[in-house]
Design a binder for this molecule. Structure first.
Ligand SMILES: CC(C)(COP(=O)(O)OP(=O)(O)OC[C@H]1O[C@@H](n2cnc3c(N)ncnc32)[C@H](O)[C@@H]1OP(=O)(O)O)[C@@H](O)C(=O)NCCC(=O)NCCS
Length: 172
């Protein structure tokens, strides 16, 4: 169960484990993320440490090991700063279906609620587990982008989802 999971913000000192888990995610399911393993494998540890300082990345630890991550960033520019983005959600396969993903999203929303009016994300449209998780906490789909990404010979449609704090009923 999720009781033995610790959730906390990652800092620059976590750069090595963050990089390892991020690369694991990109290698295992490249079609589900905007970036690629090849691109991020080349980046040094300092780049990941900077990323952890700039963005708010939340980690889930089980037995002291980082098993899940999710990122939160406030969008850039004076007309976009009321919106946040959820990105880079990943839970290691042997820690799935234990509530870890839900704990990560809940922690992200607690931070986001204090800083932005709404949170947006994109998710590959046939990624049922992720969509279900986002729907469970109150995200609603507001658009579908056909052929949003292409990996190898395959195209992937992406659903755009948002959780508007001013509208969201408490679904928990
Ligand atoms: C999506 C992901 C983060 C879910 O993490 P998780 O720790 O397994 O999720 P939880 O155990 O907290 O489950 C929370 C909810 O998600 C949904 N869910 C999780 N796994 C599911 C599955 N296999 N099928 C359907 N729904 C699922 C359920 O609604 C679940 O709620 P419930 O327990 O009331 O049924 C995980 O499957 C993952 O890392 N997938 C690969 C990467 C990915 O898809 N990232 C998202 C990119 S946008």
């Amino acid at each position: 169960m999720s009781a033995d999971t610790t959730i906390r913000r990652l800092g620059a000192d976590d750069a090595a484990s963050f990089k390892a888990l991020r690369l694991e995610a990109l290698k295992a399911t490249p079609e589900l993320f905007g970036s690629t393993f090849e691109l991020e494998d080349k980046l040094d540890l300092a780049w990941f440490a900077d990323r952890l300082e700039d963005a708010h990345v939340i980690g889930a630890f089980r037995d002291g090991e980082l098993v899940g991550i999710v990122g939160f960033s406030i969008q850039q520019g004076p007309k976009k700063a009321h919106k946040g983005r959820l990105w880079g959600m990943y839970v290691r396969p042997d820690s799935r279906n234990l509530g870890v993903g839900r704990l990560l999203v809940d922690a992200l929303l607690a931070v986001a609620r204090e800083r932005v009016e709404l949170v947006q994300l994109t998710v590959v449209s046939d990624n049922r587990p992720a969509r279900r998780l986002y729907e469970t906490v109150g995200f609603l789909e507001f658009g579908l982008e056909p052929k949003a990404s292409k990996y190898g010979d395959r195209y992937y449609d992406e659903a755009h989802m948002a959780l508007d704090f001013s509208r969201a009923a408490d679904v928990r």
